[in-house]
Design a protein around this ligand. Sequence first.
Ligand SMILES: *Cc1c(COP(=O)(O)O)cnc(C)c1O
Length: 703
Amino acid sequence: MGCLCFPHLPERLSVLEKLAYNLWWTWNPIGRELWRALDLAAYRATNHNPVKMLSLASPEGLERAARDPEFLRLLDRVAAEFDRYLSASPHPALAGRADETHPIVYFSAEFGIHASLPTYAGGLGILAGDTLKEASDQGLPLVGLGLIYSHGYVAQRLRPDGWQEEAHETLNPGDCPLAAAMDEQGQPLLISVPGFDPPVYVEVWKAQVGRVPLYLLSTEVEKNAPWDRTISQRLYTSDLEQRLRQEIVLGIGGMRALAALGLEPRVVHLNEGHPAFAALEGLRRELARGQSWEQALEKVRGRTVFTTHTPLLAGTDVFPFPLVERYLGRYCEEGGIDRRKLFQLGTDPRHPEAGFNMTVFALRMSKFCNAVSHKHAEVARRMWAGVAVDHKEADIHPITNGVHLPTWIEPLRVQALFDRYLGKVWRERPEDPAVWEAVDQIPDEELWQVHQERKVALFAEIVARARRRWQGGQADPGLILASGVLLDPRHLTLGFARRFTAYKRPTLLLYDLDRLERVLNHPLFPVQIVFAGKAHPADHEGKRLLQEVVRVARDPRFAGRIAFVEGYDEHLAKYLVAGVDVWVNTPQPPLEASGTSGIKASVNGVPHLSVLDGWWPEGYSGDNGWAVGPREASENRTPLDAESLYTLLEDTIVPMYYERGPDGVPHRFVQVMKRAIKTVAPRFSARRMLRNYTELFYLPALP
Ligand SMILES: *Cc1c(COP(=O)(O)O)cnc(C)c1O
């Protein structure tokens, strides 16, 4: 692997190639500083993509940098820090039991690491990306495995009437921090995936996430028939057959790719049900070694970890048996797998006719199962009761999601503030609550000042986006006004950014427009709302809800105080979670398994205003944010939740925000900000999450 991709790179700058092809820089401030220093305009023009920057850079510009002593000093510092990072000692607890060639393999249909590698749709992918970064930081011998989608990334464009249209962007691996995996002859590695006739071939690409490699498979191979080439074209295609084919490529093809790379998984972690066929391939291998069915099953189960993410039955892939038969019939026959037994493993006893259920199959193939919050674990145990092979109740642990703090705490100002008042220990021991006690040492004025700057930065980003759209000539003036150009950084600003889908109730804030108007247009204490988020291309209801938000945002009676910002992605999320004042979350309980955006906001000092669902029943302490609606689930709770939301705003949050000391600082509001940071950062970090996975699952699963 590795190639000299930038022949015009001066010798003195050659280390830039290594740095560009490792995503380490994305979560290390000094790494970002380097690319900005090299060429800020190019950094922005390429959407923060160093690989593109280097391939487009002029030889003169690079020569100039190679002679600039200040740039060279920075370059040497970054290179030294990067080397130190790569050579840090591996995770001590796993020594001798797992290593680079006998790794823990983390399978996921999506990975969201950085905007320059668009292989994700939303929360599941961001969580997978945070997991890889954290595994790298901890020196865990972990490897990621996923798919690369040639047209998977959905760019959002609104019509003037607010209806979402999608452009499927083409991903060119050459523009991404990706290198082709090579075989022993130095040719691009090509794997054939069983189950297809004629065979389907996949190429293997590798992204380097600090110390953790991420392998991504693609079926865009010339040798493949046209329909087969499109298997890895779209993420979460609604074509059921194509989806099954995708999951065969991910699970079975993924295991084959690992073998071709000389990797022997010690633990297989299935992130959601999509990659569960990896366990089937494991079963086939054990049988091929002469094990009995029971022995093989026991072996595979003993090393498989499964994380379920959705309490929505509709969010589970279920494939008709004849379809599975068509693709996997011969594979089973040749592998000595009894098809009846296999189908039984994927059958939900309550809906035996429905087909092959990937979650049921994953639960039964995994000795180690978890849900992503305490509340979700209770829900999931009930939901899957009677499904696990040898348990009456599915044995599902709670491991609550956490976020990778160096990625999600705003790096320029907020991280600097923590470095100053907490010391570097917050980076080394973020899971220690004592470390975060020092948040109280930050003077209110200083935290407030930093937060105001983040807000100004968010609004500037919103205006820059609107300007580009306006200048591009395709935007309707009403849509531009509704995109946030009239927002005022002095006013209390709520943020709501997430996937537009019915259970997240994105229009709950709009439940009573007259009351909302009085809150927003208060003559002295105005309030603004920033919305962002995409609907799945096939989610008609989600698109309708989005259109409703845009319609209200365009309505002059709200005076431009409601904004809808197009193109929610990892990049915009970073501005939003640090730049609004309050983060709003209104799912229909118990359907939000965890939710992580509220964690990202809280650790930046942006308190959470949320229904008690997902992570929030664990996170809410009474003084670190606000709980919307009744604690217990109730049937038609939408009117109650809306009432609670408005009342909290009118009686508590707005007065607290506008109550200023002589210094202009809202001290009571800043107390809530501080409590949010102190209580959420230690308990909902990816550090703590991955420690849980290691102690509860990886270590017991290792031979
Ligand atoms: C964090 C994040 C999500 C997930 O947030 P939820 O709270 O689970 O909705 C989705 N998309 C992006 C871009 C994110 O950064």
